[in-house]
Design a protein around this ligand. Sequence first.
Ligand code: HEC
Ligand code: HEC
Length: 219
Amino acid sequence: MLALFKFSSLTAFLLAALAVSADNETNMLTGTCIVCHGDSGASAGPAIPNLSSMSPNYLMGAMLAYKYENKDDLKQAIDSDDDFQDVEAFTRESTIMNRIAKGYSEAEIKAIAKYFSEQKLYFAKQSHSQENSQAGRELHEKYCASCHEAEGKSSEGDSGVLAGQWKPYFLYSMTDFLDGNRQMPKKMKIKLNKMIAGSGKQSLEELADYYASISNSLE
Ligand code: HEC
Ligand code: HEC
């Protein structure tokens, strides 16, 4: 009995020590990110995105795309690791992240993605026009909601989280997609082009206000 007690308390102690060291490692890895992206990925904005609550596949895809800027290198990095088998390769340009991401190994990227995906969704505190956000809601339902579910709060389908994101960052992303500086899924491109053709570039501002209007209170 005593021996059993000793064994289990030692095991508990060792497990606790292991858990602490895993936490410390993640803290060390994410420490750099948090300087810009905020505690738990809740960014102070406005051009730096929130990271909280995005799916691991989306976050890993983003980090790998920053790390491997060339399309073939990106594809090879994804194909050569089973943990990335559900990650889709979408190249993207960046101002800062391409330099930062190169400093992290694949294993570190996995740990970082796990951490941010587990953080509670953060809704940036920012103003929005009521009129725009109503128009944006209709556009969202028509062109975006099939993939960006639950008012853009869901990260289902590894499509990123749109609700509560900083408006300037959202608008930069949309400009990058439209200018071809960031790759997107073919079906998203079709919908986006249809929307711009039908409702003009003003629709982007309306969507930005709509996503900014989404908050916890609507749950
Ligand atoms: C110096 C500030 C800075 C630091 C440090 C930083 N980031 Fe970023 N991050 C940015 C900016 C700015 C962008 C927008 C893309 C760009 O221009 O580089 C961004 C974009 C991203 C995105 C894309 C989000 C999306 O919605 O698609 C991810 C993921 C990301 N960063 C993860 C990280 C991680 C993980 C770390 C730590 C290893 C980190 N960042 C460190 C500034 C920073
Ligand atoms: C067919 C599914 C699909 C449709 C429709 C779609 N998207 Fe996407 N969207 C995605 C996927 C998948 C990604 C992730 C791309 C990546 O990993 O870089 C994404 C990424 C994004 C991002 C980047 C998020 C970030 O944090 O940087 C924005 C912004 C976005 N979509 C806006 C829209 C808008 C606005 C519409 C409607 C006009 C739309 N999408 C329609 C699938 C879709």
